[in-house]
Ligand binder design. Structure first.
Ligand code: HEM
Length: 264
């Protein structure tokens, strides 16, 4: 948790010492029930459901309005998009979304990666001996253990996908984990391999106009986290080879990993 949290705090210009507060709020946002109309059990909209988080973000915005700084939030509130600046609610929503998106998903990527490496002594040794393979391990982990399990779309026109009729107006959920193991795309798709010719061909960051803008940052964080882990740990074994996942229906990552480790 501290890695993605500190990085996004640094980028957005929030004090790093506050990170446990918005790490918890961020969890609340993704774990809250979020059925239709953006409502959850605490109230309407972001401000009703998560007043503490909204007050905090509004405070960061108010600070910049009083005293503009050369940072992301100042630019976000002063930049014109299609001839106008963002409204208060738009700026707040973008910031909350960035706190959440830069946090939860990358946490799972790092957790999944540590799980992969800790349960497989051969993989651990291979990466210890050749750190240039770390980026490939990150991609393969993204492919096999996607932190975001589903994407949702509203179907706009009558469509046919793989011989399945999808009428206009339907809601569609795509299984990223399933697509990432597509036998037509990936040979031996269920195996973790560091020799794939197109290691980034997975869908874990989505695709098209809404492809994840944080992908490069997430990859960098995962590489650094794994590199530092390999520096500091000489031996590792998991107490249980499988993990209990987080309780978020669209997310895939360990709630906790218990391991025995020998420090370097
Ligand atoms: C391993 C880490 C991450 C994963 C697996 C991930 C996954 C995704 C996916 C699948 C989408 C597409 C959603 C859709 O099409 O419906 C997406 C969008 C997005 N991600 Fe990420 N993400 C990660 C990290 C980040 C980070 C670090 C940031 C910010 C710093 C970020 C910001 C965003 C934003 C703003 C969008 C919305 C883009 C749009 O709708 O145009 N993500 N992400």
């Amino acid at each position: 948790m501290p890695v993605p949290n500190n990085v996004i705090a640094h980028l957005l210009g929030a004090p790093p010492e506050d990170f446990w507060r918005w790490a918890n709020w961020s969890d609340e946002v993704v774990q809250g029930t979020y059925p239709t109309k953006n409502r959850n059990e605490r109230g309407e909209g972001l401000a009703g459901a998560h007043p503490e988080f909204v007050a905090y973000v509004d405070g960061l915005i108010a600070d910049r309005r009083r005293e503009p700084t050369d940072d992301f939030i100042t630019r976000l509130i002063n930049t014109e998009v299609n001839g106008r600046k963002l409204t208060e609610i738009e700026a707040r929503t973008q910031l909350v979304f960035l706190f959440v998106s830069g946090n939860e998903t990358t946490r799972h990527l790092i957790g999944n990666l540590l799980w992969r490496v800790s349960r497989d002594p051969e993989l651990f040794a291979t990466l210890q001996n050749d750190r240039s393979l770390i980026p490939l391990a990150v991609e393969e982990c993204l492919r096999l253990d996607p932190p975001v399990k589903f994407l949702m779309r509203n179907c706009m026109i009558d469509s046919n996908v793989a011989e399945v009729e999808i009428p206009a107006g339907e809601k569609v959920a795509f299984g990223i984990g399933s697509g990432n193991r597509d036998a037509n795309k990936f040979e031996d798709g269920n195996s973790f391999r560091l020799d794939r010719s197109d290691p980034r061909a997975h869908l874990s960051f989505g695709g098209g106009p809404h492809v994840c803008p944080g992908a490069t940052l997430a990859r960098l964080e995962a590489r650094v986290a794994l590199d530092v882990f390999l520096d500091r740990v000489k031996e590792v074994s998991l107490v249980n080879s499988e993990f209990e996942g987080v309780e978020v229906f669209w997310a895939h990552g360990p709630a906790r990993l218990l391991a025995n480790m020998v420090a370097n």
